[in-house]
Design a protein around this ligand. Sequence first.
Ligand SMILES: Nc1nc2c(ncn2[C@@H]2O[C@H](COP(=O)(O)OP(=O)(O)OP(=O)(O)O)[C@@H](O)[C@H]2O)c(=O)[nH]1
Ligand SMILES: [Mg+2]
Length: 229
Amino acid sequence: MVAVYNYNYIAKFIVIGDMGCGKSSLLRQFTEGAFSEKTNHTIGVEFGTKVVEVNNERVKIQAWDTAGQERFRSVTRSYYRGSIGTIFVYDITNRESFTDLDKWMVDARQLTPAHSIFVLVGNKADREQQRAVGFEEGEAYARKNNMVFFEASAKTGDKVDAIFVDLTTQILDMVKSGAVNPYSPDSGVQCMKPQDARASTSSAPGARAIRVGSTGGTSRFSIGGTSCC
Ligand SMILES: Nc1nc2c(ncn2[C@@H]2O[C@H](COP(=O)(O)OP(=O)(O)OP(=O)(O)O)[C@@H](O)[C@H]2O)c(=O)[nH]1
Ligand SMILES: [Mg+2]
């Protein structure tokens, strides 16, 4: 029997950063379009998925939402391996969460595959009055570390989709250019099409229509499940 999927690729992401900077809230906004003022600290890791369509390819994003608390560091470290996208989050109202980025960078450099793409997100951009980290500082940090930079708000949803679309677009570009092999189990991106069928069905290079989100209005989010097949 041949399995039929409603997506062409699976891409693994990890979301890291200090506790309380809004990692779970960003993921929730992305997958459910919802936000809560009150949240619980993540214990260990949680897992969310959503199918996005970029350049006529449907990509199922599997995101590991890690705990920022120090006591879970050894647990969360085991989830970096095999992530093709690493989303670093800090809170623009909390300077320490920004200075701690170096600490997260050490782990990510050590533990993610060499081709993993890093993205930097300054979250809580809606709290301009409480800002403790300048936009330019975030931008400079990202430039220095070869990352794309966003200031976003999990509360208003501003730039949240853009983070995931940008990462997905970069990953598809790497696949199409041959920089990463989606048939290698450790690459962090997996192509669901049979290897020999891929050439005849893939979209034309250069097409850049970006559509994010659900199909037919149905959110494709699940925790700990595989509801997208
Ligand atoms: N104003 C505002 N508050 C936010 C935003 N994102 C998250 N919060 C709030 O920040 C607090 C912590 O958010 P979480 O998403 O739980 O943070 P976390 O990074 O997942 O924390 P850990 O799981 O402990 O690592 C909650 O009270 C959220 O409501 C945002 O963009 N704007
Ligand atoms: Mg959390």
